[in-house]
Write a protein that binds this ligand. Structure first.
Ligand code: NAD
Ligand code: IPM
Ligand code: MN
Length: 373
């Protein structure tokens, strides 16, 4: 029997628990059909942790994450906690966790699926070629820089980067570009910000380690424009924390819904963190209408990057594509399918695909099918 892989589950707030439930269903289907075992430990974070433990990122959650091979998170935040001061908010819990796990490279792949091209707000011929990967620096920049807080008559946030923090995320972007179309667009605001001038110099130095990768620079305001004008021009985009946050929501809209986008956050050592890009969508919570695809595709990334099962990961992605192509669509993509129905259909498809693979293998062994050449 293979050993069970421990996974920390942090459903969080709003639609978080609903989309996580469906993604777990799909992960279990993938595990059953690909011969690995997973064991889940559920832990509180965000508003749910504030209610249960009085803080947004309890010590027990940190320890539970550290003991796991991977962490799967739903979303945090909501109107109930919006009155709290910054460090006490649910979102602060998420930021503390990312930092504690050291997950500096946040991968946000963005593809317009052929079956969904009509749901993009962009014209079909502009939207269809979209296949890009945003690599967002996740544990530095203005989200974390000191000093921060209130002054007597104002407020201060500080954007800080070291060359080391920039170089390590740039290396991740260049390595991933090698497995894709070999192009990196580094996005900054070097015409205004000193951190961006350091960013550009450091990315250029890293680029010299990757002579087979084309590295270009683009200002963030131009990038925002180019993303909706010709998204197909981008392969890998690498950028600092806040620019990456904003550009990934914009890129999400191109796919038809932010509910479609998954993410993987990687560091130097496991556990790595997987979460959909969307938030807790408070107005949808508890209604069974949230799109679970971002969470399900996050599980596909977990299976690939933390468990090393590339085929099982691909099977989940293909199952999602086929279910959507079959016309099973959530509300945000003009359909009627519930959160649970989408999870059920994707899990069922993962199992059917595995059955047909093993049927083909049996037929092949029995000499009933021609060998593929
Ligand atoms: P949001 O992503 O929750 O919602 C933006 C819009 O997209 C809303 O119209 C929402 O209904 C829709 N949407 C989002 N996810 C969807 C899904 N899976 N299916 C269908 N529609 C979906 O962003 P927001 O409204 O700006 O933020 C709400 C709360 O979530 C805030 O407290 C915010 O801080 C928090 N938030 C958390 C995360 C996270 O935990 N990673 C990310 C973003 C926002
Ligand atoms: C995201 C979210 C978070 C971020 C918030 C909730 C702290 O918007 O994951 O994109 O800004 O990183
Ligand atoms: Mn965001």
């Amino acid at each position: 029997m293979p050993a069970e892989v421990p996974i920390a589950l942090l459903p969080g707030d709003g639609i978080g628990p609903e989309v996580i439930r469906e993604s777990v269903k799909v992960l279990q289907a993938a595990a059953r059909t690909s011969g690995f075992l997973v064991a889940f430990t559920e832990l509180p974070i965000g508003g749910a942790a504030i209610e249960a433990r009085g803080v947004p990122f309890p010590e027990e959650t940190l320890r539970g994450c550290q003991a796991a091979s991977a962490v799967l998170l739903g979303a945090v935040g909501g109107p109930a906690w919006d009155h709290l001061p910054g460090p006490a908010r649910p979102e602060a819990g998420l930021l503390q966790m990312r930092r504690a796990l050291g997950v500096f490279a946040n991968l946000r792949p963005v593809r317009v699926l052929p079956a969904l091209v009509e749901f993009s707000p962009l014209r079909a011929e502009v939207a269809a070629p979209t296949d890009l990967l945003i690599v967002r620096e996740l544990i530095g920049g203005v989200y974390f820089g000191q000093p921060r807080g209130r002054t007597t008559d104002g407020a201060v946030d500080t954007m800080r980067y070291t060359a080391g923090e920039i170089a390590r995320v740039a290396r991740v972007a260049c390595s991933l570009a090698r497995q894709r179309r070999g192009k990196v667009t580094s996005v900054d605001k070097a015409n205004v910000l000193e951190t961006s001038r350091l960013w550009r110099e450091t990315v250029d130095a890293v680029a010299r380690e990757f002579p087979d990768v084309t590295v270009e620079h683009m200002l963030v305001d131009t990038c925002a424009l180019q993303l909706v004008r010709t998204p197909g021009q981008f392969d890998v985009i690498v950028t600092e924390n806040m620019f990456g946050d904003i550009l990934s929501d914009e890129a999400g809209a191109i796919t038809g819904s932010i509910g479609m986008l998954p993410s993987a956050s990687l560091g130097d050592r496991p556990p790595f963190l997987y979460e959909p890009v969307h938030g807790s969508a408070p107005t949808l919570a508890g209604r069974g209408v949230a799109n679970p695809v971002g969470a399900i595709l996050s599980v596909a990334l977990l299976v690939r990057h933390s468990l090393g099962h590339v085929e099982a990961s691909r099977a989940i992605e293909m199952a999602v594509e086929q279910v959507l192509a079959d016309g099973v669509r959530p509300r945000d993509l003009g359909g009627q399918a519930s959160t649970v129905e989408i999870g059920d259909r994707v899990a069922e498809k993962v199992i059917r695909m595995a059955l047909s693979r093993s049927h083909d293998a049996t037929m092949l062994r029995a000499g009933h099918l021609p060998k593929e050449t």
